[in-house]
Design a protein around this ligand. Structure first.
Ligand code: ZN
Length: 220
């Protein structure tokens, strides 16, 4: 199998991180989570750097981080992995038209257009609010623990045993803002890709995790 890029575009709470992890495990892809790259950069940032302080403020309030900065961080990571001949799955990227216009030509250069697959996982605002308000992540590796009944009694991460925490960005007012931002900033990426000749594979995200994954596998 030639190296490939799988892209998941979905609103917050659609479980794209979970699905990307499942796909990564099954086929040995590297899961690149833009949010993890941003979190890592902000964590290591010099607290006296005003540009990074501004990025941190945006992150915590649910606004999108500066596209040019995110794009550079992401492309750096992708070219690293392409050089190692690794297949990757991207959750939540490209998140803006700007990222798509800047990133897709680079992805095509590195991986070949025929090796890029785009999934759109759909989810209503109501369902997004419901799922995200109880969502947790693990402290050690940021593994997402969605707000599903089967996970309610968990106190530690099933994968690495570290404690589960709630992120500031999973507060209701921040979730609502993230959904609004998704509609305005991210959905136009789908139209851009369609116009550019990509086939968008639409998956109904309002189903149990296993069913969503099944639908993805049918189209993989
Ligand atoms: Zn974990």
């Amino acid at each position: 199998m030639s190296k490939q890029i799988v892209i998941f575009i979905a609103p917050p709470g659609a479980g794209k991180g979970t699905q990307a992890n499942l796909l990564a495990e099954k086929f040995g892809l590297v899961h690149i989570e833009t949010s993890k790259i941003i979190e890592a950069k902000l964590k290591d940032a010099d607290p006296n750097d005003p540009a990074m302080a501004e990025e941190k403020r945006k992150w915590l309030s649910g606004e999108l981080n500066t596209p040019a900065i995110v794009k550079d961080w992401l492309l750096g990571k992708v070219s690293e992995l392409a050089a190692e001949n690794k297949s990757i799955v991207l959750s939540a990227s490209p998140r803006t038209l700007y990222e798509a216009e800047a990133g897709m030509p680079e992805f095509e250069k590195l991986y070949g257009r025929g090796n890029i697959k785009v999934f759109h996982i759909t989810l209503s605002e109501e369902e997004s609010m419901k799922r995200n308000s109880g969502r947790r992540i693990c402290e050690k590796n940021r593994h997402p623990i969605p707000n599903f009944p089967e996970y309610q009694n968990l106190t530690t991460c099933p994968q690495d045993g570290s404690p589960l925490i709630t992120r500031a960005l999973d507060k209701p007012e921040v979730i609502r803002e993230r959904y609004r931002v998704y509609k305005v900033e991210t959905e136009p990426v789908l139209d851009y890709l369609k116009k550019d000749g990509y086939t968008i594979i639409v998956i109904n995200g309002e189903q149990p995790i296993e069913k969503v994954f099944e639908d993805i596998l049918k189209n993989f």
